[in-house]
Design a protein around this ligand. Structure first.
Ligand SMILES: Cc1cc2nc3c(=O)[nH]c(=O)nc-3n(C[C@H](O)[C@H](O)[C@H](O)COP(=O)(O)O)c2cc1C
Length: 197
């Protein structure tokens, strides 16, 4: 079965290094049998989560839309910047909203339950955003995702890509490929066999 995998970057900034890395992942996954979905946070603007908002108006429509897209996937690649040794609020907020979704089209759904998640990051600094990835792990586990062990933090963003947009460093490129391979394999073997809704 062809695994369904989405990619989301934790930045919507024009010129985002993480979006660029996400596009490189899309290029590589595009060569496989994966059914690929690209998610762009620019398409899902949401206010900061507030319980009163939810109580008065329900889950924000873009939180619902995002949850619906994610619920249809077997796997998700998060390509996220590190902000102050942790996760960027724009993506954390989107996931917070989506995690509130319990029903879609009248059927019970847990959008992240059993979803296979891989983590990557890129940063101008020499840590590559590694601490951000470590912060993502418990967050994604707490919403029910299976986070794979192999991850990839790419340092020195300004020099990280070659002219074709591939990762310039051989070791980093191998690591990135290995992470994608693992995401594909685990997503295939743990495929959420039926649509949840
Ligand atoms: C509020 C803030 C905090 C940041 N903290 C970190 C950090 O802890 N570690 C790091 O490597 N880079 C940090 N950076 C730099 C980001 O990695 C850099 O801006 C990166 O380009 C953001 O990702 P993007 O290019 O995908 O938008 C921070 C940037 C901002 C705006």
């Amino acid at each position: 079965m062809n695994p369904k995998i989405a990619i989301i970057a934790g930045s919507k900034r024009s010129g985002s290094h993480n979006k660029r890395l996400a596009m490189e992942a899309a290029r590589l996954l595009g060569k496989t049998d994966v059914k690929l979905t690209l998610l762009d946070l620019a398409d899902y603007p949401m206010p900061i989560y507030d319980g009163d908002d939810e109580a008065e108006r329900g889950i924000h429509e873009n939180g619902m839309r995002l949850a619906e897209r994610i619920a249809r996937q077997d796997g998700l690649l998060i390509v996220s910047p590190e902000y102050n040794s942790s996760v960027p609020p724009i993506l954390k907020n989107a996931i917070d909203w989506a995690s509130r979704v319990r029903r879609i089209e009248g059927r019970p759904v847990q959008p992240f339950k059993g979803l296979v998640v891989a983590l990557a990051s890129i940063s101008p600094g020499q840590g590559g955003g590694m601490k951000g990835l470590e912060a993502w792990r418990p967050i994604m586990r707490s919403v029910g995702a299976e986070v794979i062990t192999t991850q990839c933090a790419v340092p020195h963003a300004g020099q990280a890509f070659d002219e074709e947009g591939a990762l310039a460093d051989d070791a980093m490129r191998l690591r990135f490929d290995a992470m994608l391979e693992s995401l594909i394999d685990v997503s295939r073997s743990l495929a959420r066999t039926h649509d949840q809704f």
